[in-house]
Design a protein around this ligand. Structure first.
Ligand code: LLP
Length: 423
């Protein structure tokens, strides 16, 4: 559920007319709904009301400072995968004791930063990382809470590029190695092994592979405890999918998060470990859209192309994962034309898809790429020397720019010339 609705035939974000944002900020612009973000956090939390669990929003989905501030104010923690994400989460007042640091390639500098910050937990993904962390923590004489990220050899996810849990994927430690390392880690006085972590992929709708993974993890945790090893926490990752298609969403019903929670609670019933979750997409995808303007038509023999001012550099998901984001017109009307909608970037890959049924669109009309709040702006680039898009947050009747559009001056100043080319 989200707070983007038609009112008087015009699409609004909460109570704000999207035409007003386009007129004042220009396009393309990402628009986020504060109420939707809060609602999604609450739905997740409520689904687990019967057990005290930890919620750590996956910053990678959308790391805008204003979004992180909403996360902080709701009492939610952060799951991060880089030093930049740690810094940004802390800048939004998410306490270090509420940050889980995942990631398959952490440098010594990153690990030192994490040790100094005093994070809730570092999810270690390789044997080498474990050894380096032990040494660095010892040098600093500071204890670090460590979970081992296990690769359960169970894959799932909406696309091969976002599946992480198979033997083929670079993530995590294989079961046998993790069992051995968990035991070995007890020899290092500054490592505190707190538990195990998994994350098998993203955009997962089928609960079966998730259940299989959690059953597997519980069994592993019980084996470790049976060896007398300390284990207090299980980090169950993120990955629960969202519907990018309204019809599919309606078919699936409203209670998917509850069904997921019921499955987890069932698998973990009677197992007294603290559970944590790292949802990203579920919180942010439907809380944002990308507002864009029609530049021109290009009617070809097979397709009616509608060229809009957003492109693959703004929203990479269609080009990268063949994702289809619904397109809604800002002015409501009878859907009478099948458009192929594409951006201005000079690649055929820069298309948002075919057969979008829309009212006839004129040059200057506004349309929205829906469900673009997660993995949208964060994955954008300046390809074709295009400015990074602006971002706006709406709350009720209010709205504010939470990232100004990059200026052409900034774009040019981002590079520098070597001395021999300056004269
Ligand atoms: N935890 C870890 C360790 C992760 O690697 C991820 C996502 C998450 C949590 C959050 O997963 P979520 O709840 O959002 O599914 N750019 C891709 C998605 C990449 C996901 C990477 N890891 C896309 O646009 O589909």
């Amino acid at each position: 559920m989200h707070h983007f609705h038609y009112r008087g035939g015009v699409l609004h974000a909460e109570n704000v007319d999207l035409r007003e944002i386009a007129a004042r900020v220009g396009t393309p612009v990402y628009v986020y709904s504060h109420a939707t973000i809060e609602r999604h956090l609450k739905v997740f939390r409520d689904a687990f009301a019967s057990r005290s669990v930890g919620l750590f929003y996956a910053v990678k989905a959308n790391g805008n400072l204003a979004v992180l501030k909403i996360v902080a104010q709701s009492g939610t923690g952060a799951d991060v995968v880089s030093q930049g994400e740690i810094r940004k989460a802390m800048a939004a007042d998410i306490a270090p004791e509420k940050i889980i640091y995942s990631g398959v390639g952490k440098t010594d500098e990153d690990l030192n930063f994490a040790i100094d910050a005093g994070l809730y937990q570092v999810n270690v993904e390789t044997e080498g990382e474990l050894m380096r962390l032990a040494t660095l923590a010892e040098q600093k004489k500071k204890q670090v809470a460590v979970a081992l990220r296990v690769n359960p050899a169970i894959g799932a996810g909406g696309h091969a590029k976002i599946t992480t849990g198979t033997e083929d994927n670079k993530f995590g430690i294989s079961t046998a190695d993790a069992m051995r390392l968990y035991k070995d880690a007890q020899h290092y006085p500054f490592l505190k092994t707190v538990g195990l972590a998994v994350h098998i992929g993203s955009q997962i709708h089928d609960l079966a592979p998730l259940r299989e993974t959690f059953v597997f993890l519980r069994k592993m945790a019980e084996d470790l405890r049976a060896q007398g090893l300390p284990l207090e926490r299980l980090d169950l990752g993120g990955g629960l999918g969202v519907f990018y298609d309204r019809e599919e969403e309606a078919k699936a019903g409203e209670n998917r998060v509850q069904a997921y929670a019921a499955m987890v609670l069932d698998v973990m019933h009677g197992f007294d470990a603290h559970l944590s979750f790292e949802p990203g997409r579920l919180i942010m995808a439907n809380a944002g859209l990308l507002l864009t303007k029609v530049i021109t038509h290009n009617p070809r023999a097979q397709k009616k192309f509608l060229i809009v001012d957003a492109a693959m550099n703004d929203l990479a998901r269609p080009a990268l994962y063949e994702a289809r984001h619904e397109i809604w017109p800002v002015k409501e009307g009878a859907a009478s034309v099948a458009y192929s909608v594409a951006g201005p970037v000079c690649e055929s890959g820069d298309t948002f898809g075919d057969n979008f049924m829309l009212p006839e669109q004129d040059r200057g009309d506004l349309v929205c790429l829906m469900s673009a709040g997660a993995y949208g702006s964060v994955m954008s680039s300046t390809y074709n020397q295009r400015q990074l898009a602006a971002e706006v947050l709406v709350s009720g009747d209010q709205w504010a720019v939470v990232r100004p559009r990059q200026s052409y001056d900034d774009l040019i100043r981002a590079d520098s010339l070597p001395p021999w080319l300056k004269a």
